[in-house]
Design a protein around this ligand. Structure first.
Ligand code: DAH
Length: 376
């Protein structure tokens, strides 16, 4: 009964998740409260928010280039089945991205989507031949200025008339995407294509842009894998392309936003800097408040995963946790000792030592009781 209900939620196209407060605990399942709260934030729909600006910018690029072809869906529920998120997309059963250390499992076969591609097959099954999807995706990860357990993606697919040559579809895809990159980065941007790997496309490519001295990965794409098309009930002489891109990294570069936590800031000094709602907005940091650093050392007794430590730090320290990184590792008498440094900083104010000490001791206690380690 319980699983059937969840699967129902996961397969409802166009349904949004109820706010965390009204979400019954049984549906939250194993997902931490702080993460559930994010499912109703919908930053990509918040007017003048840089992620919303980027979303509409991408949608209007495709609308201008191919009027009436691509519909954008931005209200799909992030609760999906493992079948939608992984199996239908040929992600191998033992792929690390499926592990509970990397993915938020609601139940054994229901997850918070780790990518927007999770919806592609369902839309193809409904007979859709072109779409743009935008939404929030969830991954357990390390904690630093460019990683956050929730981020946003745009994903797209297009199917072509029967018997269209695959070479032509690939040329079309690459022309649309270099056009998008020039639209976002300016017509003098330096771009390059590199081979990529995604289980659901073959061949696969990545588009990179040269920005402030380095090559930056902009997006992944490719021709939809025959077997994915088969699962989507697409006729055997029909082919198509797909691509996906993350909005945060892109927005950080375009709007000069130095820390991914800022997207979640309620501070007016952040929001007020994006008043034009166009790509010409630039962020000027309001100030840099001092950081407080705390170290935690322990002996590892079992299957320790860094993401579990980061999750504890994030759930107790919230957005005050700026970075968690391995400082030292050594081995003695066959035992492994790790030392992690946690950096705390607020984007908005100075922190007091007392407040950080309290968080730090809570983190220590939670680590000691819930992870396979012994504090030193
Ligand atoms: N889903 C991939 C990810 O999250 C990105 C991606 C790559 C999407 C290639 C696509 C694609 O649709 O064709 O990393």
């Amino acid at each position: 009964m319980r699983l059937a209900g969840l699967r129902h939620l996961a397969t409802l196209a166009n349904s949004s998740v109820p706010a965390a407060e009204v979400m019954p605990a049984r549906i939250r399942g194993r997902v931490p409260e702080a993460i559930w709260r994010r499912t109703s934030a919908r930053l990509h729909k918040k007017p003048l928010h840089p992620l919303c600006t980027l979303r509409t910018e991408i949608a209007s690029y495709f609308e201008n280039r191919h009027p009436g072809v691509f519909n954008m869906h931005s209200d799909l529920s992030p609760i999906v089945t493992t079948k939608q998120c992984f199996d239908d997309l040929l992600v191998p059963v033992d792929h690390p991205s499926r592990a509970p250390t990397d993915t938020y499992y609601v139940d054994d076969d229901v997850v918070l989507r780790t990518h927007m591609t999770a919806h592609d097959v369902a839309f193809m099954q409904q007979g859709k031949t072109a779409l743009l999807l935008c939404g929030d995706v969830y991954r357990r990860d390390t904690v630093d200025r460019t990683h956050y357990p929730v981020f946003h993606q745009v994903d797209s697919m297009r199917l072509y008339p029967p018997a269209t040559e695959r070479a032509l579809i690939q040329r079309d895809l690459q022309a649309d995407l270099t056009g998008l990159a020039y639209h976002l980065f300016g017509s003098d941007a330096k771009l390059r294509w590199v081979d990529g790997y995604f289980p659901f496309t073959s061949p696969s490519f990545e588009l990179e842009v040269f920005w402030e001295g380095e090559w930056l990965e902009l997006l992944g794409c490719g021709l939809l894998h025959r077997e994915v098309l088969f699962k989507a009930n697409v006729a055997s002489d029909v082919n198509g392309w797909a691509f996906g891109l993350g909005l945060e990294r892109l927005a950080m570069v375009l709007f000069q936003i130095p820390d991914i936590r800022l997207f979640w800031s309620e501070d007016e000094r952040f929001a007020s800097q994006f008043s034009s709602g166009t790509l010409s907005d630039r962020f000027k940091p309001f100030s840099s408040f001092p950081s407080v650093e705390k170290d935690i050392s322990f002996w590892v007794n079992g299957n320790f995963h860094e993401n579990d430590l980061c999750e504890i730090a994030r759930s107790l320290g919230g957005d005050l946790v700026e970075n968690v990184s391995l400082l030292d590792r050594f081995q003695r008498d066959g035992n492994i000792s790790l030392c992690y440094r946690m950096v705390f900083r607020s984007m908005e104010r100075s922190l007091t030592h007392d407040e950080i000490n309290n968080i730090y001791y809570d983190i220590r206690e939670s680590v000691a009781t819930s992870l396979p380690v012994t504090l030193r």
